[in-house]
Design a protein. Sequence first.
Length: 712
Amino acid sequence: MSEKETYRTPGLPPAQGLYDPSREHDNCGVGFLVNMKGIPSHKIVQSALEICVNLDHRGGCGCDLQTGDGAGMLMSMPHKFFNTVAGEKGIDLPEPGHYSAGCVFLSPDPEKAAAEQKVLEEVIGEFGQIHLGWRDVPVDNSDLGKASAACEPKMRHVFVGRSPEVKDQAEFERTLFLIRRVTSSRIRYQAKGDALYFYIPTLSSQVIGFKGMLTTGQMLTYFKDFHHPDMETCMALVHSRFSTNTFPSWPRAQPFRFMSHNGEINTMRGNENWMHAREKQLESELFGENLQKLLPVIPGNGSDSQHFDNVLEFLMLSGRSLPHSIMMMIPEPWEKHQSMSQTKRDFYEFHACMMEPWDGPASIAFMDGRQIGAVLDRNGLRPSRYYVTSDDLVIMASEVGVLPWVDPASVVKKGRLEPGRMFLVDTREGRIVDDNELKERIASEKPYGEWLRANLVEEADLPESSSDVPGLDAESLMQRQKAFGYTFEDQRFLIKPSAETGAQPLGSMGNDAPLAVLSDRSQPLYNYFKQLFAQVTNPAIDPIREELITASITFLGSEANLVKPGPENCRMIKLQNPIIDNAKLTQIRDFKASGFKSATLPILFDPHADQEGLSAGHLSVEEPRPVNRGEGLHDALENLFEIADEAIRDGVNMLVLSDRGISHDLAAIPALLAVSGLHHHLIREGARGKVSIILESGEPRVVQHFALLLGY
C-alpha cells in the first residue's frame, strides 16, 4: 500500500478490534467577530482569520505538524464577492435572499465528481429551484500535510436560484435543507457507501462556510477567496479544532451550518437515541410529506457538536427562532432558581416535557446570518469572554487577547459569558439583546403557563390510592436476596451505610474490581458495564452551584409532536425524583384521568423451560446432549415485547415492569435487560414516545445500578 493510500479515507476508520468510532470526543477553541449594525467589511474577514490563528494552541495537528485537526470560518453571505466571482463565470445572480451559494465537497476523481454534481442538479430541479451554475473554490494546498492532502476533497460553490413559487426566505431555506438531505442520501445510496468525499458543509441563502482538515495557519493561505478585495461580511464565526481522542476529517472541521463549540456534550448518546425515538410522531405543516425525506434528523457518523447542529437546524427550520431553539437544547437551571420569573419558568418546564437538555461542559457559538451569539452550559465549565468597541465591533472568544491590536481606550464594555445565560447580537436591531429581555420575549410567545396548569399533574396532586401498598414478606427475604444475587459485601458496605445515613457510601475514585466477564461465578448484569465519563478534565463544582444546577425531575406519560407545540405536549405526571417508593407507585397505578392509563407487565421467566424436560440424569459423557440455556429467557423477552405492544394498542401509556412475582419456579429477567430491551424494541416500532417505562424490582441496589437503568 502506498503512502497516499494509507490515508485515503477522509473520515473515521471503521470499527475494528477494540476501536469503536462512536466513542470519539473533541475539544476546541471558538470565537466570532461582528459589526452590530450589520455593516459588511473586508476587515471583519481578515480579523476573524487573525482570531483563528491566535486560537492555534486550542487546535490539534498530526505528527507531521502540517496535518491539522480542523479549522474553519462561517460567515454571513458575502453578496458583493459572489456577485463579482459569479459574474466572471457568466452567472447572473439575483438579489440577496433570492439565491444560495453552497459549498460542496466532491470526489477528487473527475468522473465521480461529475456524477455527484449531476445528482445535486437533478434534486435542485425536483424541488422546483433553479440551478444557476458552479465555480471552483480556488485553494493553495501546497502546505498541507500528508494525511490531510491524501483525503482532500474537490471544493466547488454551487449557485441555486429561488423559484418564484417560493413565497419567502424561510421557505427557501427549508427547500435548500431538503435539497441537501435528499442529495446526500441519494449519492450515498447510488455509490453503495463509496461516496467517501461527498459532503455539503453549507447550502443557504444566509451563510457560507469555509473549512477543512487544516491548521489555523493554513486557513490564511488555503482559501484564496479570503483575500479577494470584495470578500466582505458583517459577521464571522471561526473555530480551531482539537479532536482530543478522535481522528480528524474534512467534514468534521467546524464551524458547522449554524454553530461551533468548545467542549463536549456528555449526554449525546441519550440525546441522539431520544431524538430517534421521537421521529415517528413528527408531523410538520411546513415540510408536509417531505418531512420523511429529512429523517433521521441525526445522520450517523457525526461528532457530538455535529449532532447538536443537526437538531438545532431541524428545530429552526421547523418554525422556531435560533435563540428559541438554543433555549430548548441548553436550558438554564430553572428548577431551583428562586428569582426566575414565572413566565420563563413556565417556558422551561413546558419544554422539559418535550426534550431533555443537551448537557456537558461546552461553550457554544451560533449564528444564522442575522443574529450571532454564544451560550455556556448550565455549569459554566468553559470560558468565553467578549469585548464591545466604540466602532460597533463585538469580539467573543474562548479566551481574551485574540485581537491584540484592539485599543483598550476603544473598549466600551467587556465581560464573560455566564452559565446558562445567552449572549446575542442582533444586526437588524443593531445591538446586544439583553438575556432577560430576549428570554422573556420568547417565553411570552405562547401561553405555556396556561397549558401547564391545565395539563401537567404534579406529584403532590396525585389522589391517595385505596389499594393496599405492597410490603415485604420477611419470611421470603433470604430467598429474594439469593434470587437477586445480593452478597454479604453488598449488605455490609453498600446497603447498610445507605440505610443508616440516607446517603451514598463514600469510596475512593475509580473501580478496580476484576472484570465480570472473567469471573466463573454468576454476576449481576450491571457488573458487566463500566462508567462512561467526560474525556476532558473539568474543575470541581462547588456544592452551592451543584445544588442550583442539579435537578432530578421526571415526567410520565405520552410525548406529543416535537415540531408543533401545544397543550398535549405537557399532558404528563411530574415527579420530583426518578426513584419512587411503593406508596407512590400504587398512586400512579391507580391514577385514573384522561390521557393516563397504566398496566403492569411481569418480567419473569421459567429458568427450566429451555431444558425441555432434560435433567442431569439424561446426560452422560458418552452421549452428551446440547442444552440451549438462553431459550427460556429469550422467549420471555419476546413475550414481554408482544404484551407491551398490545397494551399500547389498548391505550396504555405507563408500563410497569415488575419482578415482584419471583418464586421457586420463576426467576426475574435481569432488570437492565428487560428495561433496555423493551426501550429499544419500542424505538424500532416507533412507539417509544407514546409510553413511559416504570421498573418495580428488588434487583437494583447501588447507585451504578440506577444510573445504568436510567441510561439505558
